[in-house]
Each structure stands twice: as structure tokens, then as C-alpha cells.
Ligand binder design. Structure first.
Ligand SMILES: [Zn+2]
Length: 465
């Protein structure tokens, strides 16, 4: 082992590959995984395990022990809730069922039981899948995000993934108990966690919290000066409301990163402490939940967690180095607000719009500035917001860049399962994506396609990773 540590990073990865089976996962709707398609996924693409999901319940559809649901921090019987609560859920694009932290609803598990039988025959493993605290704060406000002005969620925060408070103990306990219960009940030894982050940066108001009493208490215990940090955030927020075109010109000519830009826009060190504090809390939450599940099961199990787009992850509270230590694998997110591609595009659109309106600059300049500070100047990106909305760019170039960001931020020994988007947007590019991923000597990949439209040739390309 000592010799391995002495080796350079490349050799370290090669050695890791000799000792660890490469994981090749497929994240998709539970209906996708028919017996015949699973055989194809295994034989052609080399898929070793699947993460079945259901867009309505955000998990594969489990039964949970009644006594655990009775002690859940979330009220029972969501579908019977008043219309006003349903309307809140609909704002998040959710069809009746919010994305819970843990597994908080009873489902008909017939599809899952059928899938388990088929997977058993095919020699493919199944991951349990659950959300974390990153959603539903607007639906359960007592457990939710509070900003530095002591405001709960209002319309300007919605609809981008409003979190619960990451320091709420009842939520942490429920994530552990409900997920461990499901893993025991179905004898699942692998788990994929989603939504362990503050709002995507496309909702910049997410940077203003969580500043509730629980977070104040935890910050103090961790040695942070909560009052100094929140005062710095208030001050910076106030400065941002009055930025001028000439200040943005200075940022454009002098900043090479978003951290440079934040400094030039007037941030002091306590604002950076605030950003750091948020990453500490988020990693700590993940570690507590991982340890709790392993303790409850009485054995080691594989736990993955989903990282938001690497170039903006730190600003959403995910610091790759500490995050990676709390789980076996770091994996990509796949969804409209948190997928690597979607979150990035939404982020660029929202920030460009904000800068253009606040400083009265044109959106082309705002985007040039944003591409510079997020290191996107070297690939062809749209010059206007309309181009971003139309996805008038090369998605493979964005994946290449984000994979490189994740790899660079990963500590020695940390393992990433890289994203392999096998959906329509990357049609005809599968060999190229496989080449890119292979060049990073990956611990594995997570493929994504909600539909069943990949050809045999494409599945063979995925098999080359
Ligand atoms: Zn809080």
C-alpha cells in the first residue's frame, strides 16, 4: 500500500483498477428494465447494476415499515393533502409526490419485486435509490431552509430545488432509518443517494442560507463566527444590488475564476468562510447518514451520492474532496434541475439575466464574463441566452469539461462514476464519449437514458468504457 501511495496519480488509478471491479450502472425508469433489455444492457454495454427510479415517486417504489413512517418528520397521506399543498408541489414540477428526504411513502412494490427476480436471473445488481434533504423545503417549511433575513421560502426562491435544513436531526434520522429499513426488507446491498446539496446556483437566493437556529448552533460548534458570516453575506448581497457596468468590466479583465470575481465584487473573508461552512455541513450530513445506515445494517454496503455539476458544486455546498470521503462513489446527477448539463445551462442563463438587468449591460457581455469565471471560454458557447435555451452548443464538450473538473478536484483514492449520457442529445457520439471517459481510467460510469431507444451499436460503444 505504501508503494502505491508513493506512485503518481496515474499509476495509482491503474492499481486501483486492478483491485476494484469497474462499476457500470444504468439510471432509468423502472419500466425500462424488461428482461430482454437487461440482457442487452449486460451483454452489449457491460452493465453491472441498475438504479431503477420512478419519475412520480423519485424512487423504485418500496414498502416501508409502518412504525418508521409513524415516526417520520413528514406528515402521512400526501395524496389526501389539501389542494394548496398540491399546488406547491406542482410549482416544483412534481406530480403530487414531493421528493422526500429518505423514503416516506408506501408504494405498490410489485414492479420492484418483479424486477428483482429478472435481475437475479440476469446477474445484474440493483441499487436502492433515495432523495436527501435537498428538496421539499417549500412544502415542509418547519423543516426548511431559512435565509439570512429570517425569511422562509417565497416566490423568488421557487421552483429550483428548495432544500430542508441540512442540520435538522429528525430528517437525518429518518434518512437513515427509512433507507436502512428498505435495504433490509429487499436485501439490497447498494445505495444511490440524490439531492444532498443547497439549491443549484441558478437560484442565487440559495446562497443566502440556511441560517436557521440549528445552523447557527452547528456553526458555533464547528468554530465559525455565525454573526460575522451572515453579516458578510448581507453586505455582499447589498453590494450586488448596485453593481455597475464599469465594475463588471474590471471583473472581466481581472478575474480568472468565480472566486476572483466574488473578491472583486467586494466580498470579505467571512463570505468565503460562509461558503466553506456550507460545504462542511453538507459533507458532515452525508457522513452521518452513511455511517448511520452502515451501523443500522450491521455491515458495510456500497453507498453512492450524486454530485451536482462540478464547476458549480462548491457554490451549492458540495466540496468534492470532503464529499467523496463520506461515500464509496461520487456519481453524476440526472434531472432537470440537478443534471450536470441542465444545471449548468440554467445557471448560466439565470446569472447572465441577473447581471444584465442589475448592471445594465448587454447579455452577450454578461455571458462572456460568466464563461470566463467558470472556465468556459475555450469552447464554443452561445453568445446569447436564447442560444443557451435552445441548447445551441456541443453537449459532449460540456461533459468533457465537467468530467475534467471532477477528476481534478477528486482526492487520491476517491472514486467517481462518470456520467455517460446515452440520451438523444448525444446521438452519434457514443464512441467519442467512451474514449473521453476511458482516458480518465474511471472506477466506473453511470449511464442515463430514460427511454429504450439506444441501438445495439450504441450499447456496444458504451461497453468500450
Ligand atoms: Zn438550518
Amino acid at each position: 500500500m505504501y508503494l502505491i501511495i508513493l506512485c503518481n496519480r496515474y499509476h495509482f488509478k491503474i492499481r486501483l483498477k486492478e483491485f476494484f471491479v469497474v462499476e457500470k450502472l444504468w439510471f432509468g425508469d423502472i419500466e425500462l428494465f424488461s428482461a430482454s433489455y437487461l440482457v442487452k444492457l449486460k451483454e452489449l454495454a457491460g452493465v453491472t447494476a441498475i438504479i431503477p427510479d420512478n419519475y412520480r415517486t423519485h424512487n423504485a417504489g418500496y414498502k416501508v415499515s409502518e412504525d418508521i413512517l409513524d415516526r417520520s418528520p413528514f406528515p402521512r397521506g400526501w395524496p389526501e393533502w389539501p389542494e394548496s399543498k398540491r399546488a406547491l408541489a406542482a410549482q416544483d414540477g412534481i406530480d403530487l409526490v414531493p421528493t422526500y428526504a429518505g423514503i416516506a411513502i408506501q408504494s405498490d412494490d410489485t414492479p420492484l419485486l418483479r424486477l428483482m427476480e429478472v435481475c437475479d436471473k440476469a446477474g445484474i445488481q440493483i441499487y436502492a435509490h433515495s432523495g436527501m434533504w435537498g428538496y421539499a423545503g417549500n412544502i415542509f417549511p418547519d423543516l426548511g431552509f431559512l435565509n439570512i433575513y429570517s425569511e422562509r421560502i417565497d416566490k423568488k426562491m421557487s421552483p429550483l430545488a428548495i432544500p430542508l435544513c441540512p442540520n435538522e436531526k429528525s430528517v437525518i434520522d429518518f434518512e437513515i432509518k427509512s433507507v436502512a429499513d428498505v435495504m433490509k426488507r429487499y436485501s439490497l446491498n447498494k445505495l444511490d443517494f440524490d439531492h444532498g446539496h443547497y439549491p443549484p446556483l441558478a437560484n442565487p437566493y440559495g446562497l443566502l442560507g440556511c441560517a436557521c437556529w440549528r445552523c447557527r448552533k452547528r456553526a458555533g460548534e464547528l468554530g465559525y463566527d455565525f454573526d460575522a458570516m451572515t453579516e458578510a453575506v448581507r453586505d455582499f448581497h447589498s453590494k450586488l444590488k448596485h453593481i455597475t457596468a464599469s465594475l463588471l468590466e474590471t471583473v472581466y479583465t481581472s478575474a480568472n475564476s468565480y472566486k476572483d470575481a466574488i473578491t472583486l465584487l467586494g466580498a470579505d473573508k467571512e463570505l468565503f468562510r460562509w461558503l466553506e461552512y456550507r460545504t462542511v455541513v453538507v459533507s458532515e450530513h452525508m457522513q452521518k447518514v452513511s455511517d448511520g445506515i452502515i451501523n443500522a445494517l450491521g455491515k458495510t454496503v456500497t453507498i453512492n451520492s450524486q454530485l451536482i455539476t462540478p464547476s458549480m458544486a462548491y457554490l451549492c455546498g458540495q466540496e468534492v474532496g470532503s464529499w467523496a470521503k463520506s461515500v464509496e462513489y461520487v456519481t453524476p446527477g440526472w434531472a432537470s434541475h440537478v443534471g450536470w448539463l441542465e444545471a449548468l445551462v440554467n445557471n448560466f442563463i439565470a446569472l447572465a439575466d441577473l447581471l444584465a438587468k442589475t448592471a445594465h449591460v448587454d447579455e452577450e457581455f454578461a455571458l462572456k464574463l460568466i464563461y470566463r469565471i467558470f472556465s468556459y471560454e475555450d469552447i464554443a458557447m452561445p453568445t446569447g441566452i436564447a442560444g443557451l435555451k435552445d441548447y445551441a452548443f456541443d453537449p459532449v464538450e460540456i461533459y468533457k469539461k465537467e468530467i475534467a473538473f471532477a477528476d481534478a478536484a477528486m482526492p487520491e483514492g476517491g472514486k467517481i462514476l462518470y456520467p455517460f449520457d446515452a440520451s438523444l442529445i448525444t446521438k452519434g457520439r457514443m464512441d467519442e464519449i467512451a474514449d473521453v471517459i476511458r482516458s480518465f481510467a474511471p472506477a466506473g460510469i453511470v449511464c442515463f437514458n430514460w427511454g429504450k431507444d439506444n441501438t445495439d451499436a450504441e450499447l456496444l460503444s458504451i461497453g468500450k468504457c
